[in-house]
Design a protein around this ligand. Structure first.
Ligand SMILES: [Zn+2]
Length: 255
């Protein structure tokens, strides 16, 4: 008995450690911290009425209860968790009962990385990505760019919104710049036409939209979505038609 008891204790603790390593370890900030961070740094949240703020906060908590956020060579802080969750909620907030079917974990790298996920050396120009293959259901974000997306309000850049728009685009089966879950079928051909025209304008140097948007249709959608959520007035002024389609997608006025 004297021998068995310590052995059982050891087995018990080893089991607990194994389970914690194996199972999702979800860290969730305190709700008052979440509220404070959203109110301080997330303009989308600041502009909501009280009822919608409560709903937004509930969505943030739901996301953080389901998706693990893991730091790779960096310490993930509350501000990072709240920014990732806010980035997931913002594009689909108007779509009640939206649920991402394709995300289980978000990996946070300290900064930009290259195609081999290296944090040093040449060509570290990736700020975020939606995983495929072995990285299915994972997203990778540069912590620096995740934070800058919310801390700097003067530019049209927000990496986490960019990546969640890719996830939304992916949910219909293809990352092709056509978010079929957000856009009525009959409008798809008009949306494709707008993408063509605006991409051409970027290539010709006649547009202030981030040139990365002209590299692929999927990137166009993600880049102009960042613009839509960061500087909506400017986008509406400079690209009224493009703005109206994004407004239709993100406000949920699906016909
Ligand atoms: Zn992208």
């Amino acid at each position: 008995m004297q021998v068995i008891f310590p052995i059982l204790l050891i087995i018990f603790f080893v089991g607990i450690i194994f389970l914690l390593r194996k199972k999702k370890i979800i860290f969730q900030p305190d709700v008052s911290v979440e509220k404070k961070l959203l109110q301080h740094y997330v303009p989308f949240y600041q502009k909501l009425n009280e009822a919608d703020k409560a709903e937004f906060l509930a969505q943030v908590q739901l996301f953080l209860s389901k998706v693990r956020i893991t730091g790779i060579d960096t310490l993930v802080e509350d501000i990072d968790r709240v920014f990732v969750a806010a980035g997931s909620v913002i594009p689909v907030f108007a779509h009640k009962n939206w649920e991402y079917s394709n995300i289980e974990e978000v990996l946070i790298y300290p900064g930009s990385f290259n195609n081999n996920f290296q944090l040093t050396g040449e060509e570290r120009n990736i700020l975020g990505m939606v995983g495929d293959g072995a990285l299915q259901n994972q997203m990778i974000l540069s912590q620096q760019d995740l934070r800058n997306g919310f801390l700097h309000d003067y530019n049209a850049l927000n990496t986490v919104i960019h990546e969640f728009v890719h996830l939304i685009d992916k949910m219909d089966g293809a990352i092709d710049g056509i978010p079929e879950l957000l856009l009525p079928q009959k409008l798809i051909k008009f949306w494709m036409q707008i993408m063509e025209e605006e991409t051409e304008a970027i290539k010709q140097g006649h547009s202030e939209i981030n040139p990365y948007g002209a590299t692929k249709k999927a990137e166009f959608l993600a880049v102009v979505s960042e613009y839509y959520f960061k500087l909506p007035e400017l986008l509406q002024l400079n690209h009224p038609e493009l703005f109206s389609y994004l407004d239709l997608m993100f406000k949920g006025k699906k016909e």
